[in-house]
Design a protein around this ligand. Structure first.
Ligand code: TRP
Length: 352
């Protein structure tokens, strides 16, 4: 146990397969916090996922498969409390209460909301505001997720920082109106690495179709990496530093992506060796790709094995979700009850 145990919370959208961008951007950091002995709550944000759908999606299946991958990567449902948002339905009750202290203008200024709105309204033929109440209220629900477990820290990527700041605001407003009830959390940067996509695009993402996946087998890995665009000659590097932060921005984007992965996965001397080749403009891209593919496959192999372990079955995931929902429920209910008391409607009369 670490000297100072903190309460950590983060939410994960149920997107299905896990790719390298998710891993190095978030999962890796989640595991690190778990191993440092903090009290970690990680939940699958299935209510949040509903804000953008227009038809039935099998989130249940997606959640189970995703969690099998998370477990295969090292997230441990005994050390961390891993649960589904919808298994803690009092989150929705807290969101309702928090909604009473949330200013609509504040929500309308949310960048995620504004982005979605401008994308939709810029389409010809769309009139008015077609977005849902649920989507506008996304940050309120997120505030409820965070405040309900009394989180100290919320590790998120940069795109989510504003939401955490809104949470701090909402909590402060609540405390100001109704007395100190909620703990004010802080956003912590995930020391996040935003991995570029295999196409050299700024971000690896499922909707960009440019992902390297943790469950990709050897053949798939090699095929994907071989297909990476490397026809541009090395550009001169205007630095003596070997650090990826210094050299990668000076490379063609897709080549930079290969070096980024090599730096993450291969021993340092392998990375430095290929960096030397780049500096000397040797012909080496073919070799770089096969070497990298070997390291990626070696990284994936134990994850694939643990994913397919008969112990790591859908039933196993369901069992730990049930157990962890039991663990988080008293914590959540205590917060909701405290808020009800603070506001003045008093305790629920049928909950013990
Ligand atoms: N909005 C986050 C995302 O899109 C997911 C999320 C939901 C979350 N609730 C949260 C993250 C609470 C941190 C804390 O990635």
């Amino acid at each position: 146990m670490s000297e100072k145990q903190e309460i950590i919370l983060s939410g994960i959208r149920p997107t299905g397969r896990l790719h390298y961008g998710n891993y190095f951007g978030a999962v890796h950091h989640f595991i690190h916090l778990q191993e440092a002995g903090h009290r970690c709550y990680y939940f699958i944000a299935d209510y949040h996922a509903l804000t953008t759908i227009t038809e039935r999606v099998d989130f249940y299946r997606q959640t189970i498969d995703m969690l099998r991958t998370y477990v295969a990567c090292g997230l441990d449902p005994v050390k961390s409390v891993i649960y589904r948002q919808s298994d803690l339905p009092c989150t929705a009750e807290l969101a309702l209460l928090l909604g009473m202290v949330t200013n609509i203008g504040h929500l309308e200024r949310g960048t995620t909301y504004k982005d979605k709105l401008s994308k939709l309204t810029s389409k010809p033929g769309s009139e008015g505001n077609p977005l849902s109440y649920g989507l506008l209220g996304y940050p309120v629900l997120m505030a409820a997720d965070i405040l309900i477990v009394r989180a100290d820290k919320v590790p998120v990527g940069d795109d989510q920082r504003q939401h955490v700041e809104m949470t701090m605001d909402i909590a402060q407003k609540f405390n100001h109106r109704f007395g100190e009830t909620l703990k004010i959390p802080r956003a912590t940067s995930r020391k996040a690495l935003r991995l570029p996509g295999l196409d050299g695009g700024a971000k690896m993402g499922k909707s960009e179709h440019n992902t390297l996946d943790l469950l990709d087998d050897e053949k798939t890995v090699l095929k994907k990496i071989k297909a990476v665009q490397t026809s541009t000659d090395p550009l001169p590097l205007d630095t003596d530093s070997d650090l990826p932060e210094a050299v990668i921005p000076q490379m063609p984007p897709s080549v930079g992506m290969l070096y980024r992965l090599l730096n993450l996965l291969a021993p340092e001397d392998v990375y430095l060796d290929f960096l030397g080749k780049y500096r000397r403009k040797e012909k080496f891209y073919g070799m770089l790709k096969t070497t990298l593919a070997q390291h990626v496959s070696a990284f994936n192999a134990p994850i694939i094995e643990r994913f397919n372990d008969p112990e790591n079955s859908p039933e196993y995931v369901e069992d730990f979700l049930r157990e962890n929902a039991k663990k988080v429920t008293p914590v959540g209910l205590a917060t909701v009850e405290a808020c009800r008391e603070a506001i003045g409607i008093g305790h629920s009369l049928y909950r013990a």
